[in-house]
Design a protein around this ligand. Structure first.
Ligand SMILES: Nc1ncnc2c1ncn2[C@@H]1O[C@H](COP(=O)(O)OP(=O)(O)OP(=O)(O)O)[C@@H](O)[C@H]1O
Ligand SMILES: [Mg+2]
Length: 521
């Protein structure tokens, strides 16, 4: 029962919410009764009642066998009747009557100044009161909804953002009061083997929340792309929410480091959702994320960067939003990768959103400035549930992907980039010189030894020649001495001064024998 819009107007107005009213009417599901109240047409007497309205409603309910009745809005009735006291009594009767008919009734009314409704209706509609609100904060409008009372139910008491768009009304899921989601033991690769190595050797936990933060241009998007690429190669589905660049630009830029995100997109494994963060309010973004995730069923979701998204709603909203976002993915065991821009000069932990407590794995990228160069470095600030590396590594973006390298620690501290190359070259030269000096000394030693041996051999040869000479001269001298002795014996015999004794060997012959033996030896 509409008091303000005619059936065609209503059909037109809710079409943008995706409701096809005409089809429902044609299908006998819905009956719209537009009640026009013209004060002049109403015969207002002292005891006027809503009997006419009851009759119309009754016949409308019977027409389609309605289970639900919507009366939009009571304000029109109040505006048209002067005697409010009677009207209130009649409304009380109407609600009683609706209850008796066994229909669920939704009645709209405006909010009062201090009371929930302008005319204090909450006492009649007291089964359930839902309060809608539209507020603007920091130039972003947010619709909120609160259940003020709901008999017989332990309803949520918070204010929940809700959204009206082409798919109707959506209330954002709220964080579950209990932290009881599953915790997978399954580990997945980040797509960079050396980073997996830093993360306890196996990468991150499936379903965990990973934050990659760093200053501008440090390679956050590149790391996210590498992870998406790895997931798609495993045949998993991914959704990439880009709040800074268009999908085409990301695909083009990532080609520069050898990652082709176009291929998984064509295979239907990757879906890009690129939106300007200021285009809509935070709750609209959240709804968009939830819907995309529900429709596509990814195992990995990237939000690049979360800092932009958070700033579209003001910092107070951002925290609650992040908690909701993380909760949503955690309960579905979807791995969530957030990137966050740290402004230059900010402390590393001072990232825009207070995230540290809700993040499982936090990877930091930073610039190291030295010798007139900026080079990138990476480290793992925290990673729950694993023994992660405490080292800072050099983070290299190359034509074929991301590489990590051990930081080079020279005598003057960390060295990166060309300073590292120069230092390495210097050390290599020094090492070479040292090696050459050692082998030079080794060669000198060998030469000295050879010289000595040659000298010794020559001396030995000279010694042998000398001894041979000496032996010969000794022999000669002995021979001569024997000859002389024998000559003396012969002469003595001839002179008869000596008698030759029998059996006596002539000394000369004996001596000669001895000498000969000496030669032989
Ligand atoms: N083939 C390549 N070799 C080396 N560096 C490259 C190569 N291709 C791109 N880069 C570097 O990658 C950087 C961009 O990386 P990326 O977009 O991942 O950074 P970001 O942290 O996401 O930046 P922003 O803060 O702008 O979002 C560029 O500044 C460029 O210097
Ligand atoms: Mg980026």
């Amino acid at each position: 029962m509409a008091f303000e819009e005619t059936a065609p107007e209503l059909a037109q107005n809710v079409r943008s919410l995706g409701f096809d009213v005409e089809k429902l009417v044609a299908g006998g599901k819905l009956f719209i009764d537009h009640v026009q109240i013209e004060p002049s047409e109403i015969e207002e007497t002292g005891d006027y009642d809503l009997e006419g309205l009851f009759l119309r409603l009754g016949s409308a309910i019977d027409t389609v066998g309605a289970k639900r009745v919507a009366i939009d809005t009571l304000e029109t009735l109040f505006a048209s009747f002067a005697n409010e006291r009677i009207l209130r009594a009649e409304l009380r009767r109407l609600f009683r009557w609706l209850k008796d008919r066994g229909v669920t009734a939704v009645i709209t009314a405006e909010r009062g100044d201090r009371t929930l409704t302008r005319h204090g209706l909450e006492e009649y509609v007291s089964d359930c009161v839902i309060l809608l609100d539209h507020r603007i904060s920091e130039q972003v409008a947010t619709r909120r909804l609160r259940i003020v009372k709901y008999r017989g139910s332990s309803h949520g008491t918070n204010e929940y953002p809700f959204l009206i768009d082409d798919r109707g009304i959506e209330v954002l899921p709220i964080t579950s009061a209990r932290l009881d989601y599953e915790a997978s033991r399954d580990r997945i690769s980040t797509g960079v083997p050396s980073l997996d190595e830093m993360l306890g050797g196996e990468g991150i936990y499936r379903g965990s929340t990973v934050l990659v933060s760093g200053t501008a241009g440090t390679g956050k998007t590149s790391l996210a792309a590498q992870m998406v690429d790895a997931a798609c190669r495993r045949g998993e589905r991914c959704v990439y929410f880009a709040f800074e660049e268009s999908s085409r630009q990301i695909i083009r830029n990532m080609r520069s480091i050898g990652i082709d995100l176009g291929a998984p997109m064509r295979k239907g494994l990757l879906r890009f959702d690129a939106l300007r963060p200021t285009l809509m309010g935070l709750e609209a973004h959240l709804t968009n994320i939830y819907r995309a995730v529900r429709d596509f069923g990814p195992t990995l979701v990237v939000v690049d960067p979360i800092s932009n998204l958070a700033s579209s709603g003001g910092s107070a909203l951002a925290e609650g939003m992040l908690a909701r976002l993380i909760d949503f993915f955690k309960t579905r065991q979807i791995t969530l990768l957030l990137t966050c821009l740290t402004r230059a000069g900010e402390t590393i932990e001072g990232t825009e959103v207070a995230v540290s407590s809700v993040i499982d794995t936090w990877v930091l990228l930073r610039d190291i400035e030295s010798s007139g160069e900026r080079n990138r470095a990476i480290y793992v600030l925290k990673s729950r549930g694993m023994k992660h590396s405490n080292q800072i590594r050099e983070f290299l973006l190359t034509d074929d992907g991301i590489r990590l390298r051990e930081l080079y620690v020279g005598p003057e501290g960390f060295l990166t980039g060309s300073a590292r190359l120069a230092q390495q070259a210097r050390e290599e030269t020094e090492e070479k010189t040292r090696r050459e000096a050692i082998s030079g000394r080794k060669r000198a030693m060998i030469r000295r030894k050879e010289d000595l041996e040659a000298e010794l051999a020559a001396k030995r040869r000279a010694f042998e020649a000398e001894t041979e000479e000496l032996r010969r001269s000794i022999e000669e001298a002995e021979r001569r001495a024997d000859v002389l002795a024998s000559d003396r014996d012969d002469m003595a015999l001839e002179r008869g001064s000596a008698v030759r004794r029998p059996g006596r060997v002539r000394p000369r012959a004996r001596r000669l024998k001895v000498a000969r033996r000496g030669v032989e030896s």
